[in-house]
Write a protein of this length. Structure first.
Length: 441
């Protein structure tokens, strides 16, 4: 097998771009245009090089296996094959390939470590055995100047002013393992390279929403379509209604149903309340029956009442259920409900008996009925209680969730502190605007 000689273990992609490619006979075959990498690996590795020759409208392209490289130095790339083995064609734009120039350079990517969208100005490559691997992406201004061929001049000018400038001393490189590419297939509008989605899944909803908003429209659609349903729900929660509506309109019914089913019922209600009635009815019809029934009920309440604010995602258990059985339910349902620290206790008629928390359950005897762990008193609100009433009780008793009951004391849902806080802030903001007292920008 041929060996590739190189002056350094690391090299920037910009330092290879447009380098002459010479065949085994010493004749210039063209220039390096791009590098195809194996997209299935954690650190993508070079598999082919794309050579370009000609000018303007007469450009032609050839794809050569990476093993055909005999030597690489600062001046040129030499091949171990003759010109007859290099087949040029008028076009090369295979959408199934993943390449450095087309799919990474100048593209927006997601930095899953710092939770933000960034633009790639250069690519830092590591020479391993006979190949190059993507090690980092360079997001610095210096990387851009390097690409344009001005790095030496700018370095000199900056050095004259301040030789210890951060521009000269600090490399702004982000490890590839933290990068989620947004290389878009223009036909399916999906991300072609499926790197582990768990990196995106670990990003908080608010940050994922900010990343989404930082992207252009094309990449927004690509990112959203690439996510699993739980991550889609996270993005959906982190963006404004305008963007929510735009995303929903581009999705088929099964995906819309999956997202709405994955949203907390109060958030789904907030979204549906802003849509035309015929569209709401269509969405309810394609959702799971249980979730659709919850939302239909919630949509019947005023948005500024307890019934309109509450969520139907909570954990309730019958008063005679053993503590041990309750703990099993918590383990099985924790990911589906609002704060699992609170468990609501009901009787056979669904009437609220009391509430307990995780700490009390842990300390109780496994065989005890759950009612034995209940707080001495549990405060609640009615479906028609106002925002003021709810906020007053939550502040007075330091609740971060309060149950909502109907006129028969049957448990209907709960209101969490974030729900009431967003409503109170909204009311305060409207009042400030009305009297023209706004915070300074």
């Amino acid at each position: 097998m041929s060996s590739i000689k190189s002056n350094s273990m690391f090299i920037y992609f910009s330092q290879l771009l447009d380098k002459p490619v010479v065949d085994s006979g010493g004749r210039v075959a063209g220039e390096l245009y791009d590098i195809i990498v194996k997209a299935t690996e954690v650190y993508p590795q070079s598999s082919h090089l794309i050579i370009r020759k000609g000018w303007s409208l007469n450009k032609q392209y050839a794809v050569v296996p990476w093993v055909s490289i005999a030597e690489r130095d600062n001046k040129e790339i030499r091949l171990n094959i003759g010109a007859s083995a290099i087949v040029f064609t008028e076009h090369h734009n295979n959408k199934e390939e993943f390449t450095l120039r087309r799919d990474i350079l100048d593209q927006q990517v997601v930095d899953t470590y710092n939770h933000k969208a960034i633009r790639v100005n250069d690519i830092h490559l590591l020479a391993v055995d006979h190949s190059l691997m993507i090690a980092h992406v360079d997001v610095s201004v210096r990387g851009l100047f390097r690409r344009l061929g001005f790095e030496g001049l700018v370095d000199f000018l900056v050095g004259l002013v301040n030789k210890d400038a951060d521009y000269l001393l600090t490399e702004h490189l982000i490890p590839w393992k933290h990068i989620q590419p947004l290389s878009v297939n223009p036909v399916s509008m999906t991300i072609k390279v499926n790197f582990p989605q768990k990196k995106l899944n670990s990003i908080p909803a608010a940050d994922l929403g900010e990343i989404f908003l930082d992207l252009n429209v094309k990449d927004q659609t690509a990112l959203f379509k690439s996510l699993d349903v739980n991550s889609k729900a996270k993005v959906f929660l982190g963006i404004d209604f305008k963007y929510q509506k735009s995303l929903i309109e581009d999705l088929p019914d099964p995906e819309i149903a999956a997202i709405l089913n994955a949203l907390p019922t109060d958030e789904a209600t907030d979204f549906l309340e802003k849509l035309p009635k015929d569209q709401v009815n269509r969405f309810l019809a394609i959702m799971e029956n249980k979730q659709a029934k919850k939302l239909s009920q919630l949509l019947g309440y005023s948005s500024d009442s307890a019934g309109g604010l509450m969520t139907a995602d909570f954990l309730s258990v019958f008063k005679n259920m053993p503590v041990e059985a309750v703990l099993i339910q918590i383990r099985e349902r924790a990911f589906k409900v609002e704060p699992v620290q609170l468990v609501y206790i009901i009787d056979e008629n669904n009437k609220l008996v009391g509430a307990t928390n995780f700490r009390r359950l842990i300390l109780a005897s496994p065989a005890d009925p759950v009612s034995k762990t209940a707080f001495a008193k549990t405060y609640f609100v009615n479906l028609n209680s106002s925002v003021k009433e709810v906020a007053y009780l939550m502040e007075k008793y330091k609740y971060y969730a309060i149950p909502v009951v109907d006129d028969n004391n049957a448990l209907q849902g709960i209101i969490t502190v974030d729900d009431i806080l967003s409503q109170v802030i909204s009311i305060a903001w409207r009042r400030l605007k009305k009297i023209k007292i706004l915070p300074k920008q």
